[in-house]
Design a binder for this molecule. Structure first.
Ligand SMILES: Nc1ncnc2c1ncn2[C@@H]1O[C@H](COP(=O)(O)OP(=O)(O)OP(=O)(O)O)[C@@H](O)[C@H]1O
Length: 245
């Protein structure tokens, strides 16, 4: 169906309570809390954000640091609940948000493929079937029996990306993960995302790399201080955004 809405974000706002003081540790925080000496301030990270994502499109979220992009993606992924408003999604979502969040550093790369893959919802059979593909994509053939605590951050990210992207989700959420790894690996990641796109996935993409945003996205939602600044064509808004920076 043409222009089928697959993600509908309606009047989303989210409030965080920020402590007005900083504490050196939990003990100090606890004492001050018991003494009722802590005051809290409301901070609205997103205010009244609405937009729609159409099936098969790649939509980019842009905005300066702290404008609310990651928070918006986490709400769409279901990791956070909005204080007000609603998000409706249809289909399977693969969130590439905090890569390797479920990894156990004492386990080997191979053990982590099965641990993390299971956490991401893949069955053991599916993981066994795709194991070689994961190893090949991450280019870590010689390191699969090494505990991941000995991995460099690039090696770690390569493995985490390879595991997280073996499926074909309906909605792929990509938050800054293309900045991981070296240039060669970034290109491989971009190609894999493009393949998912060709296979019909709808993609929500956050990056500070405007070239990547232009390459992958057709439409943009530009956030400013947690509000929608504008929504429109990727080339046009990327140009305007870069000129405003
Ligand atoms: N769990 C939280 N508790 C308190 N404040 C938070 C929390 N998560 C995010 N924030 C605040 O919400 C605002 C938006 O953060 P967010 O990470 O969504 O921004 P962003 O646009 O993704 O930034 P960046 O480009 O730096 O990744 C920031 O001011 C951040 O400090």
């Amino acid at each position: 169906m043409e222009n089928e809405v697959i993600v509908k974000v309606e009047n989303v706002s989210i409030k965080f309570c920020l402590a007005s003081e900083k504490f050196d540790g939990f003990k100090e925080y606890f004492i001050q809390r018991v003494k009722k000496k802590i005051t809290y301030q409301d901070f609205w990270a997103l205010q009244d954000v609405s937009f729609e994502v159409y099936k098969g499109e790649t939509l980019g979220l842009i905005g300066v640091n702290g404008s609310g992009k990651s928070t918006m993606l986490k709400i769409i992924a279901g990791v956070m609940k909005p204080t007000r408003g609603s998000v409706k999604t249809s289909g399977v979502i693969a969130p590439l948000i905090e890569l390797g969040a479920g990894f156990d550093f004492d386990l080997t790369a191979k053990e982590n493929v099965f641990l993390n893959g299971t956490l991401l919802g893949y069955t053991r059979e599916y993981l066994e079937e795709h194991y070689e593909e994961i190893v090949e994509f991450s280019e870590l053939e010689q390191f699969m029996d090494v505990p991941v605590k000995n991995f460099s951050s690039g090696m770690f990210s390569r493995l985490a990306f390879a595991v997280a992207t073996i499926g074909q989700p309906d909605i792929l959420i990509v938050d800054e993960v293309l900045s991981v790894g070296d240039f060669h690996f970034q290109q491989k990641c971009e190609a894999r995302i493009n393949r998912m796109k060709e296979n019909g996935a709808t993609i929500l993409f956050v990056s500070h790399n405007m070239e990547q945003v232009r390459n992958l996205c057709s439409r943009i939602v530009w956030l400013e201080h947690g509000r929608v600044h504008s929504i429109g064509d990727a080339d046009e808004l990327c140009r305007e955004y870069q000129e405003a920076e």
